[in-house]
Design a protein. Structure first.
Length: 243
């Protein structure tokens, strides 16, 4: 079974979700056509539609919170349906009086197939509650797919080993911040090799905010080898994974 995977690297913005969604629409429209028998999956970075932090270093995403059936989720569902793709994107989710840093996934029909609430918000994410559900394991065109978000990577070895062993593909959206060497590739390569799971890592790019750790989105195969990197200045990269 072959899954055509796209990691999108959107530039950092603040409070312009409509503009970000228009860019996603354009990127999906430019993506190469897949063979009729090949399913397509697209991953957007963490908090990339609203912004993760403002140019003034404001981490409070409370003003962007929406319910699961709000305008952002509806827009993502519409893009999945328009482009005939499995689409996974960010949502600042308001639910039962709490706010979550969430990733929502939609099928090519626009049906919502998963809502993952980040289990380990990073320290500046004071607005966000920690998700309490387990890391998901869902079927995407015959592939077993799981999701973890950014700071979650530090906890996967003890919280998600069994899920990763069963997964064919780990989706890893991030808004990574690291002052020196980017340890994200090393950590994810170790996970891929240990658990024999491919990895799609979509990270935020430089834009309105510029901090160390941006860029370098990539796709790994189940042996932990880099299949493709997003070139500097590009908005995404594609790979066909035999899972």
């Amino acid at each position: 079974m072959v899954l055509h995977v796209t990691v999108v690297e959107l530039p950092s913005r603040w409070g312009e979700p409509e503009r970000a969604l228009l860019e996603v629409d354009e990127i999906l429209g430019r993506a190469p056509a897949t063979e009729a028998a090949t399913e397509r999956l697209v991953l957007l970075p963490e908090a990339s539609l609203t912004g993760y932090v403002s140019p003034e270093i404001d981490f409070d995403l409370t003003p962007f919170a929406e319910p699961i059936d709000g305008p952002t989720a509806r827009a993502l569902a519409g893009l999945a349906r328009k482009h005939g793709t499995h689409l996974f994107g960010p949502l600042i989710l308001e639910e039962d009086g709490a706010l979550y840093n969430a990733t929502v996934g939609f099928s090519p029909s626009g049906e919502r197939i998963v809502t993952y609430r980040k289990r380990h918000p990073w320290v500046p994410e004071r607005w966000a509650s920690a998700g309490t559900n387990e890391y998901p394991l869902l079927d995407v065109a015959g592939a077993r797919v799981t999701i973890a978000c950014c700071f979650d990577v530090h906890f996967l070895h003890r919280e998600a080993a069994r899920t990763l062993d069963e997964a064919d593909l780990l989706l890893f959206p991030s808004a990574w911040v690291e002052d020196d060497i980017d340890t994200r590739p090393r950590r994810l390569k170790t996970i891929a090799r240990r658990h024999r799971t491919a990895v799609a890592a979509a990270n935020w790019g430089r834009g309105a905010v510029r901090v160390p750790g941006q860029g370098n989105s990539f796709i790994l195969n189940r042996s932990g080898d880099v299949v493709v990197n997003v070139p500097r200045g590009a908005r995404g990269a594609d790979a066909s994974l035999d899972l």
